[in-house]
Design a protein around this ligand. Structure first.
Ligand SMILES: *[C@@H]1O[C@H](CO)[C@@H](O)[C@H](O)[C@H]1NC(C)=O
Ligand SMILES: *[C@@H]1O[C@H](CO)[C@@H](O)[C@H](O)[C@H]1NC(C)=O
Ligand SMILES: *[C@@H]1O[C@H](CO)[C@@H](O)[C@H](O)[C@H]1NC(C)=O
Ligand SMILES: *[C@@H]1O[C@H](CO)[C@@H](O)[C@H](O)[C@H]1NC(C)=O
Ligand SMILES: *[C@@H]1O[C@H](CO)[C@@H](O)[C@H](O)[C@H]1NC(C)=O
Ligand SMILES: *[C@@H]1O[C@H](CO)[C@@H](O)[C@H](O)[C@H]1NC(C)=O
Ligand SMILES: [Cu+2]
Length: 569
């Protein structure tokens, strides 16, 4: 399967824009990736990482809106399966290319090559990452940048160039050890990360105590972001963390937030930016500070008591007197107080659609699903559940099972639509944390409008509630509202923002709070909706939606080969 590398341009269509006929062309961009384990030293400590063509993070995929991306993924891991999700790409017409093992495809077996092919239909900042077991945290991740077609303006001033910033957290234990620990009795929790990475680089502070540490290793020299004095830059920021909620800051430089998850936001200025796993933002900064010194880029843990030092990189001015790699003269910014929930809540509420780019949501929904998020126990194991159901992935991908009518591939009883919202006390540890598992799913009427309200609650520990970043595959949703405390279906829908809600694919549910979303079920396929904390999804924090599966085109046979799809039924 020798795919030609590079871009092949084809004239596509003639678009009528304000009476003018413009010739638009779309490119097909081919990538050939070999997935392998390599010893790397991302934070100066040598460990095995899952890499793309030998590197973690993988290459940034750059494209123009309307382009087709083709990625031939050759799994050379030897003893491990793989699947890659294109996070934020809706996969309209190609639901089998979503890369979600167990939902849209069988895993790619060792020695096999699987080719993902999909269209990037909207400009913006996105990411990709493994979607099999807990593999994402082993290093298989990277960014996707989709530009507007040349000459098309964006709703903010011109900028000199963009810089990509991929934020991550990093553990020294293998993904296997982490997954086995989570499924053990008693649980061996993954714990706080050893390091925070910016573009794959960090520094483990206790290097002297690790035999495998090499502080001179090039893998862990901090990323340097060059700027020219007086110019404005777009920083495209993505968080692919497995656990941590982060706060990102560029020392001494205010940031104007202009994009979130591929949608233009009404610009707002921040000193630092809260970013949850699975989210992306674009910010503009102007290089207007003293050019004769360097500045920190800093990433700090918020929402959990931090046990990890600040992740850093360097902003350096061209023509200044400081060497690009010189350590800035100050201490890195420490970020806001980790437990200042109100501060993070405010940023969520401030993120609304740009006035010229409001996509009006439907005025009402056809169906409302209220999901209580709880921490639970099953046979002594800690789990997460929605409405008292802890999610497990089936062995046969839903997409194949449903399209082909394979019986017994998943639980046909749908999970509950709501919970006892009047009686359940979200502020206290529940009296009986026992729950059950299921791989049942919600079947949505094609093209119907669906509201989902995520209700947070107290965990198994007293006075504790975490932030959960929820990610929806195959769609963007309108973010209609956030609240603290108990969501009341008789009261709160009247407070929804139907005027200028932002559309996103990932959204935070704040501690003891609720978040309300609306989307149109108009993308035929089967789609996961889950907490983007790797360990939480692994412990059952997710659901699945199906819509219009009968409209899905011919399934490529390459997504089959596991469970009941064996033998090419
Ligand atoms: C996958 O990679 C292996 C190892 O480099 C190579 O031998 C094999 O030919 C590749 N397979 C494909 C389909 O490119
Ligand atoms: C570094 O080592 C010290 C002493 O051994 C310990 O107290 C501290 O928690 C360690 N820090 C990290 C980040 O592991
Ligand atoms: C955050 O925690 C500190 C102690 O670590 C406490 O003093 C402070 O009141 C807390 N702030 C909030 C907003 O809960
Ligand atoms: C919860 O389940 C365990 C078995 O895993 C059982 O021993 C315990 O009695 C159950 N608790 C309640 C309150 O039903
Ligand atoms: C979950 O189910 C158990 C019974 O198995 C029940 O005792 C408990 O109250 C339920 N929890 C919720 C949140 O509905
Ligand atoms: C939880 O918070 C309440 C009030 O805020 C307090 O009375 C109680 O002692 C706390 N419990 C624990 C275990 O910290
Ligand atoms: Cu979570």
């Amino acid at each position: 399967m020798a795919a030609p590398l590079g871009a092949e341009r084809a004239l596509l269509c003639c678009l009528f824009l304000g009476g003018l006929c413009t010739l638009a062309s779309a490119a097909t961009r081919y990538h050939k990736w070999e997935i392998s384990y390599q010893f790397t030293s991302q934070d100066c400590v040598r460990k095995l990482a899952v890499t793309i063509n030998g590197k973690t993070p993988g290459p940034t995929i750059r494209a123009v809106r309307g382009d087709t991306i083709v990625v031939a993924v050759n799994n050379t891991l030897m003893t491990e399966n793989v699947a890659i999700h294109w996070h934020g790409i809706r996969q309209i017409g190609t639901p089998w290319a979503d890369g979600t093992e167990g939902v849209t495809q069988c895993p790619i077996l060792p020695g096999d090559t699987f080719t993902y092919k999909f269209v990037v239909d909207r400009p913006g900042t996105y990411m990709y990452h493994a979607h099999y077991g807990m593999q994402r945290s082993a290093g298989l991740n990277g960014m996707i940048v989709v530009e507007v077609p040349p000459g098309q303006p964006e709703p903010f001033g011109a900028y000199e160039r963009d810089h990509t910033v991929l934020l991550n957290d990093w553990w020294h234990k293998s993904t296997y050890e982490q997954a086995a620990g989570l499924a053990s009795v008693p649980i061996v929790w993954v714990g706080e990360p050893q390091s925070l990475l910016i573009n794959g680089r960090g520094r483990f502070v206790n290097c002297s105590s690790e035999a495998s540490c090499n502080v001179a290793h090039p893998d862990c020299s901090p990323a340097v972001f060059p700027v020219v004095p007086g110019k404005t830059y777009r920083f495209r920021i993505a968080s692919v963390t497995s656990l941590s909620a982060l706060n990102f800051e560029i020392e001494g430089h205010e940031m104007t937030v202009v994009e979130a998850d591929g949608h233009y936001v009404k610009p707002f200025v921040v000193k630092n930016l809260n970013i949850y796993s699975g989210e992306t933002y674009s910010v503009l900064i102007t290089a207007n500070q003293d050019p004769n010194r360097n500045y920190w880029l800093a990433s700090n843990v918020v929402s959990r008591p931090p046990g990890t030092p600040t992740g850093t990189a360097v902003l350096s001015y061209y023509g200044g007197r400081s060497s690009p790699r010189a350590r800035p003269p100050t201490s890195p910014p420490a970020g806001p107080a980790w437990n200042d929930t109100a501060y993070r809540f405010r940023q969520s509420v401030d993120t609304v659609a740009h006035p010229a780019h409001v996509v009006a949501p439907p005025a009402r929904s056809d169906r409302s699903i209220l999901l209580l998020n709880t921490q639970n126990m099953i046979d002594g194991k800690i789990k997460w559940a929605l409405n008292n159901v802890s999610f497990t992935l089936p062995h046969t991908p839903y997409l194949v099972a449903m399209k082909r009518g394979l019986l017994g591939a998943y639980d046909e009883r749908p999970p509950p639509e709501t919970y006892d919202h009047a009686g359940y006390d979200i502020f206290n540890v529940q009296k009986n944390p026992n729950t059950t598992t299921s791989n049942g799913l919600y079947r949505l009427q094609f093209s119907s409008v669906v509201d989902v309200v995520l209700q947070n609650s107290n965990m198994l520990r007293a006075n504790s509630s975490e932030t959960h970043p929820w990610h929806l595959h195959g769609h963007d949703f309108w973010v209609l509202g956030y609240g603290f405390g108990r969501f009341d279906p008789a009261v709160h829908p009247a407070t929804y923002n139907l005027k200028n809600p932002i559309m996103k694919n990932t959204v935070a549910v704040h501690p003891f709070g609720w978040t309300a979303l609306r989307f149109r079920a108009d993308n035929p396929g089967v789609w996961a909706f889950h907490c983007h904390i790797e360990a939480h999804f692994f412990m059952g924090m997710g659901v699945v939606f199906e819509e219009g599966v009968e409209r899905v085109g011919e399934l490529p046979p390459e997504i089959m080969g596991c469970g009941k799809t064996r033998g090419g039924h």
